[in-house]
Design a protein around this ligand. Structure first.
Ligand SMILES: Nc1ncnc2c1ncn2[C@@H]1O[C@H](COP(=O)(O)OP(=O)(O)O)[C@@H](O)[C@H]1O
Ligand SMILES: [Mg+2]
Length: 191
């Protein structure tokens, strides 16, 4: 990685300092996050654990620039995201981040392959390259045979695997995943 701050010589991909967030509710403000600090270095897998309603999705949305904190700073590759406007943020997300949401959020009118191609096309890849990468990513999640299926023609777990392929295909520096395995059944551990 060519930019970004470093912790002990290891590149920092994501840094959050003093993140606070509250929501307005009919019964006043609901404080969800208070002074959250974290640092994610390149090549690390970080799991955030907490009870339902603890604020995990709220934090992930802020870290992924989908929502803004009330206070604090998010730096991705050493760059504060706060000053970026919506348009710049959208480009930044497309170029550097991959998202897997709790519910797959695939586009219903497009095939599995087209869904995986979408972020690649948005970030400027040629259609032939986007298609080849999408095919490889679908094969990597065991869905090479399902590329023509639309989301409604996939099982819940298959749709979630397409969402994983979509997040990974552009090889982003950072993948943010919100309970991504909720729909997946692991061998030997049926849910
Ligand atoms: N837009 C919102 N307005 C008001 N309260 C919200 C909103 N989004 C989430 N909350 C509340 O904030 C808390 C944290 O939610 P969330 O981050 O989704 O939790 P988690 O992902 O850990 O289950 C919950 O108590 C939830 O009810
Ligand atoms: Mg959540």
């Amino acid at each position: 990685m060519e930019s970004g701050s470093r912790v002990d010589g290891v590149a920092t991909v994501l840094e959050a300092r003093g993140i606070a967030k509250s929501y307005a509710t009919p019964r006043g403000r609901l404080e969800v996050l208070r002074g959250v600090d974290l640092t994610v270095t390149r090549g690390t897998i970080l799991a955030i654990l907490g009870a339902s309603g603890a604020g995990k999705s709220t934090l992930l949305n802020i870290l992924g620039t989908l929502d803004r904190a009330d206070a604090g700073t998010v730096l991705i590759r050493g760059r504060p995201v706060d000053p970026l406007r919506e348009r710049e943020l959208a480009r930044f997300r497309a170029n550097h981040l991959g998202f897997v949401f709790q519910f797959h959020h695939l586009l219903p009118e497009f095939s599995a392959e087209e869904n995986v191609m979408m972020p690649l096309l948005i970030s400027g890849r040629r259609p032939a390259e986007a298609r080849a990468r999408a095919q490889a990513a679908l094969a990597a999640v065991g869905l090479a045979e399902r590329w023509e299926h639309r989301p409604a023609e996939l099982s819940g777990g298959e749709a979630q695997r397409v969402a994983v392929a979509r997040a990974l295909a552009p090889e982003p520096e950072l993948v943010l995943a919100d309970e991504p395995s909720g729909n997946l059944v692991c061998a030997g551990h049926p849910q």
